[in-house]
Design a binder for this molecule. Structure first.
Ligand SMILES: [Zn+2]
Length: 425
C-alpha cells in the first residue's frame, strides 16, 4: 500500500463479520460539515491502519502503488497463468477476459458442423444438458449415480467423455489420450480439446460427442444398450453423411484458409483418393492420383461403378484402387490420403467393422502389409481437389481408366494449382 492508496472491497476475499445494525446508529469517525475534516480524517486513517495492517502488508508511503499478479514468478499476468488458475478452481476465477471464449465460438459457429450440432455444443458449454448433477442443481431430488455405468456421478463430462462405457469408443477414434484428466467442467474440457486438435479433428470430435448424447438417452429412456461393434460403424456412417453434406454447403463461400496440398518426402509417393456420388442415385466415380516429392504427376486413375453405394463403401473402394495401383507400379514408400475421417480412422483402428465397407477395409489393411512404408492420412477437402475432380468426372462420363504421364483435362487446373511454389508441370 503506497501513498495514493485506494481501498476497495474484493468479493473474493472474506470480509470481516459486521455487527448487526441496531436501532442506535454507530457514530461516524468525523462530524459532517466540520472544517477540520481533512486533518481529522488523515489522523484517523493513520491511527487505524498504519502499524497494524490486518493483512500483514507493510505499508510504505514512499512508493507509488502497483498492481501485481501472484500466479507468476515475475508478477506479470499471462493468459496461461490465468487459465491455470481457472482450471484449478473455476469458482474463484471466472473467465473475465472473454476474447478466448469469443475466438472459440467463432470457430464453432463458422465451422461446417450442422445446426443441430452447433446448438448441442452450445448447450454443453453452458451446462444445459439435463444430466443428473444439473437436474439436482435445478431442485430435482434423485440418486446422483449414472444410470448407464451405475458406478460414477453423472455430470456432463462423465456422460459425454469420461464414462467407462465410452472408453472403447473414444479409444477407437483415437481421442482418449488427448482427454485432459483433471478437468471436471465441460467448457474447460472443450477449450482444452480445441487447443489440442486440428480443426477437422475437432469437428469430428464434436460430431461423435453429439451422437453419444443420443446413445446415452436411448440407453436410459428406452433401455437400449447398443454394442460398440455395431454403434461405432453406425456413428461413422452418420457423421460422414451429416458432416459431408454440411461441408458441401459451407464450401459455397470463399475461404481465406491457406491450407494446400503438400508433397511427400523424397523417395516416396503421395496418393490422393476420392469418391463422387449423389445420395440415392445410381453410379459412383472413384478418383486416384499419384504424385512424387516434387508434386509431379505419376499416375492418375478413375473407376466408374454402376449401382447404388454408400459414401463409405465408395471411399473405401477408392482406397483399394489406390493400393492396387501402387502395387502394380512396385512403389514401396507411399502415403494414401483421403478426406474421409471415418475411413482413415477405420484403417488405423483396432475395432472390427462389421459392415459392407468394413469388409473392404479389411482387404485394404491386408494389402497394406505388402508395402515397406505406408501411411493412411486424413486431409482436408481443399487439399484433395485433383482426386475430387477425377472422381466427379468419372461419375459423369462413366470412365474407368489408368493414364501414364497424362491427366484428363477435368483435373489439369487443380493439379497446377497444387504445385509447390516455383515448380512447373
Ligand atoms: Zn456412467
Amino acid at each position: 500500500m503506497g501513498k495514493n492508496a485506494i481501498a476497495m472491497e474484493d468479493h473474493r476475499v472474506s470480509q470481516p463479520i459486521r455487527e448487526a445494525s441496531t436501532s442506535k446508529k454507530r457514530p461516524l469517525p468525523y462530524k459532517k460539515g466540520n472544517g477540520k475534516l481533512k486533518r481529522w480524517l488523515a489522523g484517523f486513517i493513520r491511527k487505524t491502519f498504519l502499524g497494524c495492517w490486518p493483512l500483514g502488508i507493510t505499508p510504505s508511503k514512499a512508493r507509488n502503488d502497483t498492481i501485481g499478479w501472484s500466479r507468476t514468478t515475475n508478477g506479470q499476468y499471462t493468459v496461461a497463468s490465468g487459465y491455470k488458475l481457472r482450471f484449478r478452481d473455476p469458482n474463484i476465477a471466472e473467465c473475465s477476459d472473454n476474447s478466448a471464449n469469443k475466438a472459440w465460438w467463432k470457430v464453432v459457429w463458422g465451422s461446417w458442423l450442422t445446426r443441430k450440432m452447433k446448438i448441442f455444443i452450445w448447450r454443453v458449454f453452458h451446462n444445459w444438458l439435463p444430466v443428473k448433477t444439473e437436474l439436482i442443481k435445478r431442485g430435482m431430488s434423485m440418486n446422483i449415480t449414472c444410470n448407464w455405468c451405475k458406478s460414477h456421478v453423472e455430470d456432463v463430462c462423465h456422460a459425454l467423455w469420461k464414462s467407462p462405457k465410452l472408453h472403447n469408443v473414444w479409444k477407437h477414434f483415437g481421442f482418449i489420450h488427448q482427454f485432459p484428466s483433471s478437468l471436471r467442467h465441460a467448457p474447460d474440457f472443450l477449450m482444452v480439446m480445441k487447443g489440442k486438435l486440428s480443426k477437422e479433428e475437432f469437428i469430428f470430435f464434436i460430431g461423435i460427442t453429439w451422437l453419444i448424447w443420443f446413445r446415452r438417452n436411448k440407453c436410459i429412456f428406452q433401455n437400449k444398450d447398443i454394442e460398440d461393434s455395431i454403434w461405432i460403424p453406425w456413428a461413422m456412417e452418420m457423421l460422414e453423411l451429416h458432416l459431408a453434406f454440411a461441408h458441401k454447403d459451407s464450401h459455397q463461400k470463399p475461404s481465406k484458409d491457406k491450407v494446400s496440398w503438400s508433397p511427400p518426402p523424397l523417395g516416396s509417393f503421395m496418393i490422393n483418393i476420392d469418391a463422387s456420388l449423389i445420395d440415392g442415385q445410381p453410379g459412383c466415380g472413384l478418383g486416384v492420383i499419384i504424385r512424387d516429392h516434387l508434386g509431379a504427376l505419376v499416375t492418375p486413375a478413375t473407376d466408374y461403378i454402376p449401382g447404388c453405394h454408400s459414401v463409405l463403401v465408395a471411399e473405401t473402394l477408392a482406397i483399394r484402387l489406390a493400393l492396387k495401383l501402387a502395387a502394380t507400379r512396385s512403389m514401396q514408400n507411399i502415403f494414401i490420403a483421403s478426406d474421409s475421417q471415418s475411413v482413415i480412422t477405420a484403417l488405423k483402428g483396432q475395432t472390427r467393422i462389421n459392415t459392407d465397407w468394413g469388409i473392404i477395409i479389411e482387404d485394404c489393411i491386408l494389402a497394406s502389409k505388402n508395402f515397406n512404408n505406408l501411411s493412411f492420412i486424413f486431409i482436408p477437402r481443399k487439399c484433395n481437389n485433383v482426386a475430387h475432380c477425377l472422381a466427379n468426372w468419372s461419375r459423369l462420363v462413366h470412365v474407368s481408366d489408368v493414364w501414364t504421364s497424362f491427366l484428363p483435362d477435368c483435373a489439369a487446373a487443380s493439379l497446377k494449382a497444387d504445385l509447390p511454389l516455383g515448380a512447373s508441370v
